[in-house]
Design a protein around this ligand. Sequence first.
Ligand SMILES: [Zn+2]
Length: 253
Amino acid sequence: MLRSNRTYSVMSNGHSLFMIQASELYRLQEIDLNVQQHHKRLDEIAAQLADNKALADAQKQVTDDQAVLTPLQSKVRKLEQDILSNSNKVKETDEALYSGRVRNPKELQDMQQEIQSLKKRNQELEDILLETMLSVDEATAALKDSTTKFETIRAQFETANKNLIDEQKRLRSEGNALLKSREQLIPTIDPSILKIYSNMRPRKNNQAVAVLVNQSCSVCRVQQDMNVIQAVRKGESLTYCSSCGRILIYRTG
Ligand SMILES: [Zn+2]
């Protein structure tokens, strides 16, 4: 009774009539319910894995230590550049001073003063650089320490939560496979039926499709009238449960 290859039957008057792809519609609902369960469980796992203060604290310490180290490293680079630039200026001024090109005593004096002042400034900068480099060493050691601690706690956490992490991996891969089969299934179902199914899902506890079982709706269990039963068995048009309003389908086997 599978009608997968017959989307429409064409009546003699030329109007097309839906043939309900019962198996496909039912399979779609199974996939959608399955996807939903996967999401629910993945959310639970994510919440359990996130709920670990020791790991979060260790992670935060690494971030904090990195935040201390990075600006210190930038400061070292800036100081080294400034010192180099001052040294170059000293060298240039020195060369100009002894080149014999400048003869004005006032100008010569200014140049000597500039050299003195640059050298003095560089001494100050060297002191700051030395201090900063010591701070960089300290911050690097702290970061190394907190990183080691974090790795240890993470390894312990992963061992302790191995089952959850494995389940998470399995659910993700199953979820991807489900979405793929959903993508393949969608084009085999008439778009207007899909739209009705999608609109109805949220209102019917995600179960828009029910099966006719022994003349009754499989979800609400209410026995159907004879005309409903016949229409469902013919499968020529969408038929709804007379009680809960779900799409009723007939499945054999
Ligand atoms: Zn029903």
